[in-house]
Design a protein around this ligand. Sequence first.
Ligand code: ASP
Length: 580
Amino acid sequence: MSWRDLMCGEPRPDHVGQTLTLAGWADTRRDHGGLVFVDLRDHTGVTQLVINPERSSAAAEAAKEVRNEFVLRARGELVARAPETVNAAMATGEVELHVDELEIVSRSTPLPFQLDEEGVDETTRLRYRWLDLRTDRMQRNLRLSGVVVSAIRRRMEELGFVDLWTPSMTRATPEGARDFLVPVRLQPGTFFALPQSPQIFKQLFMISGFDRYYQIATCFRDEDLRADRQFEFRQLDVELAFAEREDVLHVLEEAVRASFEALEREPPPAPFSRLGWDEVMRRFGSDKPDLRFDLEIQDGTDVTRASQFGVFADAPCVRFLVAPKAFTRGELARLEELAKEWGAKGLAYLVVDESGEVRSPIAKFLSETERAAFAAPPGSTVLFGAGEARAVARVLGLLRLHLGQELGLVDESRNEFLWVIDFPLFEWDDDTETWTFSHHPFTGVAEGHDELIETDPGAALSMAYDLVWNGIELGSGSIRIHRQDVQQRVFRALGLTDEEAQEKFGFLLDALRMGAPPHGGFAMGLDRFVMLVAGEPNIREVIAFPKVSSGSDPLTGAPAPVAGEQLRELGIRLVDETPA
Ligand code: ASP
């Protein structure tokens, strides 16, 4: 016995007259007074079954019991539909199966939701994920993910990369998040960390002579969950030895283009644009600018040095955006509220109404030169940010995005891939009052910036780069430090004593002493990439079994308490067994 001769989406007029067996799920069942119609579904589509008691009374008996999502096997003759019953909207709409035998293979209890139901609460969808995954949307997304992964693998292998596996139970790998820890029964009181990335291992591969490594690696980061973030996610992880930045960028461009090609979409033209970090921060107020609309930030610092408007004169940096709309007072108040949420003290503005008249409480303070510098066409508003450069960039960058959406400036038909290069090596951490890494501590130092590690860490540039697609960061990478002495100096700049560095990263420092070639790499967030390719707003829509924002999995109920005995074995005692 074969379960099926064709998939449910396959029968065509060519098959008319054949006796076929089909199997799948009952998508719908309609009883027309004895004559029963069942749409039999699998992921390829549906075929209409017609069960007529005059053709088979046994099949008709079985059909009475059929409910949505029962699994059925039907055998019968494929027949051309009468012209008036042809359904042009269905690929199989010209034919139907006249059933001789109908077997209920498996039954279903009443469903918590119908597969075609709109607006089902997400927790319910995830609780019954096996049903949810039957929907067209989820079938499409997960299959698309499979196509992308396989296209990437193929291209990486064509480019000479070797898929190498790295451990999931290891030491902490610093990528800026908290670690998930795994207690160890054999050594109570000790813990493995789940890797935030395979960073150090892939560098060791380079030192070992595997000069082109890749892996679809699962990474674990204990961070607050968001629309594009899960505790565990996959990265296309890549490392190359004897490589320059351009070599790495080329590989990633190929991986992206291969994905588009596999989906029969026009691949984005390579090379993608490259812009320096300093420039994108100035022009777009973000290190992941959305280039699908212009609305660039302009600088007014020079002209405001001697401003009569104290806020401008006193600020180290004054920048502005010219929005193509003369906002009302109410709208401006709302924008100011937002600017304050983003950390601004206020939002100075000049409204240029349709007649060219300027409305603004600050206009009277501005000199001719300032007015000329801020001149804007009728029907627009000049919005200012004044303060420290980073804060101004942040506020105007967020404002830019907000206006891009609100004023419909974003051209959704565009695909803008961008490399942001020349990131700073360190960032100042206000909380700990120390320098911290911008990417991770293994990021190479820009040529000629070595000395700055000690003398002016804030001015040192790195050899890091990010890939951005339509304003979303797809991943990061860098040319690495391959000299032990430089690595040691960076650890010191990050506030690690030599002993601490040895304790945490001694194995890497040792390896760097034993013939480490220059190397660099990248990691692209694969699920995030698939989310964007699928046009989904949320990463959970492209992951089969994701966690919700509280960090739990409604399907299995994880995370869950464990038995006292298990904790004892691990040498763990809970401080408070009834967490608030
Ligand atoms: N390990 C880095 C990350 O996960 C990527 C890299 O530097 O290759 O972001």
